[in-house]
Design a protein around this ligand. Structure first.
Ligand SMILES: [Zn+2]
Ligand SMILES: [Zn+2]
Length: 169
């Protein structure tokens, strides 16, 4: 069973936006969002040449350090993964995700990308239906995709939440 998700956010992120996002996530995924906590971005993941943070490094450090089960970290700085110029966010399924607000101006877009990354946390892959889980190659595609889940993804979420069993070691 998956009952709740925890939201972390960098102090540079507007708390009101975090509130708005957590409300939408609770509604869409029918899951409790545990009280949000401030978590500062780590300078060690900054790449001076690229003037961006390495998103994978940030995510891995968080997975190791905090030992959180389902977490979602919102930051304001630009992030990349080595093969791409930038990413809006990245996730490890059934674990955690990061979303960067750097390239997202409206609250609507911030919510949409957050909903997308949360879908990954809850085990969804990318979807080719009219669905928030569509992969966006660029900002335009991110703007054009729907902000809600298709019925297939909705059903999968229900199943994943019900069937998830934590590793017992
Ligand atoms: Zn994705
Ligand atoms: Zn879908």
């Amino acid at each position: 069973m998956i009952n709740s998700i925890k939201i972390l956010y960098d102090p540079k992120v507007d708390e009101k936006e975090v509130q708005a996002i957590s409300t939408v996530i609770e509604e869409i995924y029918q899951i409790e969002v545990a009280s949000s906590t401030i978590f500062k971005i780590k300078k060690a993941a900054y790449n001076k040449k690229r003037k961006q943070y390495n998103g994978q490094k940030l995510l891995n450090e968080l997975i190791d350090e905090e030992n959180l089960e389902f977490f979602f970290w919102i930051i304001k700085d630009d992030i990349y993964v080595p093969v791409m110029n930038f990413v809006f966010g990245l996730a490890t399924q059934f674990c955690g995700a990061i979303v960067s607000f750097y390239r997202l101006e409206s609250l609507e877009m911030k919510i949409k990308e957050s909903v997308h990354e949360c879908g990954h946390i809850l085990g969804l892959g990318h979807c080719t239906n009219l669905c928030v889980m569509q992969y966006s190659h660029n900002l335009q595609e991110a703007i054009e995709k729907p902000s809600s889940l298709c019925s297939e993804c909705e059903n999968k979420i229900k199943e994943n939440k019900r069937n998830f069993e934590p590793n017992k070691d």
